[in-house]
Design a binder for this molecule. Structure first.
Ligand SMILES: [Ca+2]
Ligand SMILES: [Ca+2]
Ligand SMILES: [Ca+2]
Ligand SMILES: [Ca+2]
Length: 432
């Protein structure tokens, strides 16, 4: 089936290649594949490993009959075999925010379910799932009403998990939001932030080995952030130091994402970071740890850009935005984009306006992007619940080695392959 799909992709790209702009990646809308399909129950927050063989996501749907209760469960989708695996299966309690490691060996997630009878109080705990062995390790074991461990983020090698917590403990008597990192080989927790009441450290992200932790905090940082707005910080667990990356007078830092080698940190901020955002839109920036430079990814006053997700190799990043970044989003829909760093070029992945495209993740080839959307993409989601998708793109360099055939012959072949591809894709049903 994948061979047909790839051949179809190849042919379509060839037919359209004369119109390809030199500095743009190619990602025509028909190449978006719908992964989940349910008439009612939504799936959310897909994440993909670096070589694009595995997608993790959470879903209320009863995929493969594993979730008749319709609570939120964690699933794994294997791209080469088109198979779903239920990672969690609980009668009650939602299992949500999750991320698969770049190496694809583990998934970090948070859950309010009573997994292995170890969370009877039902607050949100952090877990580490080993995919090959199927074992689930509980990282936090806490209790307390409205005390939760959230925003689990896994290192590229799957050995460390960062999260935010507002649980009251001896280390955090105020119960403000602090960042911790769990080190799996040593089975220990590392406290990254230690702030007083009123300060919230949030949205952690990790590099490949988990020694660098980026996060957003409104800490005054010993007078270096006197306004107490949310700035981006970068902690190093080897040198035990924390760098304040941004220094703005207003606006806030939100989510960030780090390359495997830790050399680049992409982040979103509404402040005028280094004079690059005078309009105060939510923009994306790239911080180069080696040079100290910060460059603008988006510099656009037509909308806001959210949740950057850089690939491990640091060649491109996925995000969603309601800005009109390529001219293809004049009505301001929430669309998924990828940004190629070397080409300094955006590709708009989604175009539909009857729903949003959000939370993109891109592989190391910059050619496969998973995301979720409630739009009726390719007429496969008329009920407008959230589904998981996989978009396939191709680098323009790949087009140069294509042999020449007549254009009409290609269109005929592409049409035939398209019909086959369509039939195959329609067979990919998520059992209700
Ligand atoms: Ca269930
Ligand atoms: Ca608990
Ligand atoms: Ca504290
Ligand atoms: Ca500041």
């Amino acid at each position: 089936m994948k061979n047909f799909a790839n051949l179809f992709l190849f042919m379509i790209l060839f037919v359209f290649s004369p119109s390809v702009m030199a500095q743009q990646l190619v990602c025509p809308t028909p190449l978006i594949q719908q992964i989940t399909e349910d008439p009612v129950q939504s799936s959310q927050v897909s994440s993909m490993n670096g070589d694009a063989t595995r997608i993790s996501f959470s879903s209320f749907a009863n995929i493969n009959g594993d979730n008749p209760e319709g609570n939120l469960e964690l699933y794994l989708f294997d791209i080469p075999t088109d198979e779903f695996t239920a990672v969690t299966s609980n009668p009650v309690g939602n299992t949500g925010a999750q991320e698969i490691s770049e190496s694809g060996n583990r998934i970090a997630f948070t859950s309010k379910a009573n997994i292995n009878n170890s969370n009877p109080d039902g607050n949100e705990e952090v877990y580490l799932q080993d995919i090959e062995s199927g074992t689930t390790k509980q990282i936090t074991d806490t209790s307390g009403v409205n005390m939760n461990n959230e925003e689990a983020f896994i290192s590229g090698n799957g050995e460390r998990v960062a999260f935010q917590t507002n649980v009251i403990s001896a280390n955090n008597p105020e119960g403000n939001y602090e960042i911790y990192v769990f080190d799996n080989p040593s089975d220990t927790l590392i406290m990254i932030t230690d702030e007083p009441a009123g300060v919230a450290a949030r949205f952690p992200s990790l590099n490949g080995d988990g020694t660098l932790v980026a996060f957003s905090s409104n800490s005054t940082n010993g007078g270096q952030n006197p306004e107490g707005n949310r700035e981006l910080f970068l902690a190093n667990t080897v040198t035990n130091s924390v760098l304040q990356v941004t220094n703005t007078t207003s606006g806030d830092a939100f989510q960030s994402t780090i390359t495997s080698d830790g050399s680049l940190v992409a982040f979103s901020h509404t402040g005028n970071v280094r004079g690059l955002n005078s309009t105060g839109n939510r923009q994306l920036f790239l911080f180069n740890l080696n040079t100290g430079d910060i460059g603008a990814v988006t510099n656009d006053n037509t909308g806001d850009s959210f949740v950057p997700n850089i690939n491990g190799d640091g060649t491109c990043l996925a995000f969603h935005s309601n800005a009109n970044l390529t001219g293809g989003n004049p009505l301001g829909g929430q669309q998924v984009y990828i940004y190629n760093i070397a080409l300094d070029a955006f590709t708009q992945i989604t175009t539909d306006l009857d729903g949003v495209g959000v939370n993109g993740a891109v592989d190391n080839s910059c050619s496969l992007v998973t995301f979720t959307s409630n739009a009726n993409i390719n007429n496969g989601n008329p009920d407008n619940n959230f589904e998981v998708y996989l978009a396939q793109c191709v680098d323009p360099d790949d087009l140069r080695n294509v042999p020449t055939l007549s254009e009409w012959g290609l269109i005929a072949m592409a049409s035939i392959l398209g019909i086959v591809g369509f039939m195959v894709m329609r067979r990919r049903q998520v059992s209700a």
